[in-house]
Design a protein around this ligand. Structure first.
Ligand code: TMP
Length: 209
C-alpha cells in the first residue's frame, strides 16, 4: 500500500512493551540504515492528539465519547504523521494503534465490536477500499495478574491503569481474538518471560521490508 513499513506495539498495561520499544527502534535503524525510523504513540502522536490523550487518560467520560476521541486522535495521527511517513518510505513504530481500541473500549469496557468496526473503516479506510493496518503488530501477552503486579507503584495510575483485574483479562482476551483473526500481522511475545529472553525473541523476528 505504501513504500514504508508500519509496526505497532500492543499489550495490556504492565506487559512490558515500553521497556523494549526504544531498543527495537535502534535495532530497526541498525538493520535499515537507509530508512528513517519514526517513533510515535497513541493516543497522541500529534499536538492535537497529545491534548486529547490528556483528556482521555484523566477525564471520566461516556464510553462512546471515549471511543470517538480515540479514533479522532487516530485520524489526525494518520493524516499528519503515519501516512506522510509511510508514503516517504519510512519505518513507523507506534506505541499502540487500533487493536488497543478493540481491546480496551471493546473487550474491556464492552463497546460493540460492530461500532468499533465502523469506526475502524471510517478512519483507516483508503479510497481503494483497503484498510490502513500495521504491517506487523507485536503483542506482549501475559495474564492480567502478572501485569498488575508489574505496574509501576511509583507513578500515580491513570484512568485505565486503575481498572481491576477482570477488566484487564477482558482486554487481553480481545487482543488475542484480534491476533487470531489476523495471524499474519501479529507476532505474539510471551511477556511472562524475563526482559532478556523477550529481547532475544524480538531480535529473532524476521522483518522483510
Ligand atoms: P500507554 O500507557 O501504553 O501509553 O497507553 C495509554 C492508555 O490508553 C492505555 O491504558 C491504553 C489506552 N488506550 C485505549 O484505551 N484505547 C486506545 O485506542 C488506545 C490507543 C489506548
Amino acid at each position: 500500500m505504501y513504500p514504508g513499513y508500519f509496526i505497532s506495539f500492543e499489550g495490556i498495561d504492565g506487559a512490558g512493551k515500553s521497556t523494549h520499544i526504544e531498543s527495537f527502534q535502534k535495532l530497526m535503524q541498525e538493520r535499515y540504515p537507509q530508512r528513517e525510523v519514526v517513533m510515535t504513540r497513541e493516543p497522541g502522536g500529534t499536538s492535537l492528539g497529545e491534548r486529547l490523550r490528556t483528556l482521555l487518560l484523566d477525564a471520566p467520560m461516556n464510553l462512546e465519547t471515549e471511543a470517538l476521541l480515540m479514533f479522532a486522535a487516530r485520524r489526525e495521527h494518520i493524516a499528519q504523521v503515519i501516512e506522510p511517513a509511510l508514503s516517504a518510505g519510512k519505518i513507523v513504530i507506534s506505541d499502540r494503534f487500533t487493536d488497543a481500541s478493540f481491546a480496551y473500549q471493546g473487550g474491556g469496557r464492552g463497546l460493540s465490536l460492530k461500532k468499533l468496526n465502523e469506526l475502524e473503516h471510517w478512519v483507516q479506510g483508503r479510497p481503494n477500499g483497503v484498510l490502513l493496518q500495521p504491517n506487523l503488530t507485536i503483542l506482549f501477552d501475559l495474564p492480567g495478574e502478572i501485569a498488575e503486579a508489574r505496574r509501576s507503584k511509583v507513578r500515580a495510575p491513570d484512568k485505565f491503569e486503575k481498572m481491576d483485574l477482570n477488566f484487564f483479562e477482558k482486554v487481553r482476551q480481545e487482543y488475542l481474538r484480534r491476533a487470531k483473526e489476523d495471524p499474519k500481522r501479529f507476532y505474539l511475545v510471551d511477556a511472562t518471560k524475563t526482559p532478556d529472553l523477550i529481547w532475544s525473541d524480538l531480535k529473532k523476528l524476521e522483518i522483510i521490508i
